[in-house]
Design a binder for this molecule. Sequence first.
Ligand code: ES4
Ligand code: ZN
Length: 327
Amino acid sequence: MSVLEQLITKLPKTELHLHIEGTLEPEMVMALAARNGISMPYATSQELAAKYEFGNLQEFLDLYYQATAVLVVEQDFYDLTWAYLLRCQEDNVVHTEIFFDPQSHTDRGVSFETVVKGITRALEDAREKLNIESKLIMCFLRHLPESSALATWEEAQPWLSLIDGVGLDSSERDFPPSLFERVFAKAREKGLKVVAHAGEEGPSDYIVQALDLLQVDRIDHGVRITEDDALMDRVAQEKVALTVCPLSNTKLCVYDDMAKHPIFTLLDRGLRVMVNSDDPAYFGGYVNENYRALVTSLNPSSEQIIQLVRNSILASFMSDELKAHWL
Ligand code: ES4
Ligand code: ZN
């Protein structure tokens, strides 16, 4: 194993951009479909996995939402989350901040309670049995109207003690952050952390909107910030983190080659960027695999790798005490 490989494997890491529904591996899709008596248009997990070629974000999302239909009862959400946490243990991820998409379940008749109980029971078990800490972030689907986000916010009220933050995800183009100003203000008033996907496929102006209108604590993706020099200076100055997802960006054709990925350019300009897996079951790997892909294509120094890992700790929502422990 190379020195960099060893560093990647051995360093205790945090993950800040991970959709729990995006950890649904093809084998689990088929197993849960059988368990819940749901028919899928695929005969085998190999047949499903063969569909994982995407030309853009929307092509991925269409398949991702289709697969979530196999998640029905609380145990399904537990099993999904537990399987991801076991992968965290393998990759030496000691703290993870997990997104979930309640609307993709409640719109199918699965209750908010079922989803949140299944996920948080696994998170609690991981705290006790695996020593893995976590935060939970509820995302609003931006392709649905504001009224649906507001209704979801109301449904979440009995469960707020289990939820640490809100986010904004799904189809980015034509769905600017400005549409969700009111629901984000409500979340901030309740003391929740707020994040938003911006500048993944959408223009860098959506990053500005997320900062100024939603007042986010972090930007998810944010790679299209490279189109705006002044914004790069601002984000560096304000130490706003960008939760970058390298394999996601190449799988969804934001870059046609990992060699063109700007993560180290951004890092060297002083931006707080780090490495995350986004939807690892669909994009070809969990967090260590994302680091390895960067090493293979971009030949970083060990100092750069260490800085990415440190940035992830600094940008996390863990306590200052825990940050000091891991730094
Ligand atoms: C997502 Cl990669 C990505 N972008 C936007 N929304 C998402 N939901 C799940 N994965
Ligand atoms: Zn994402």
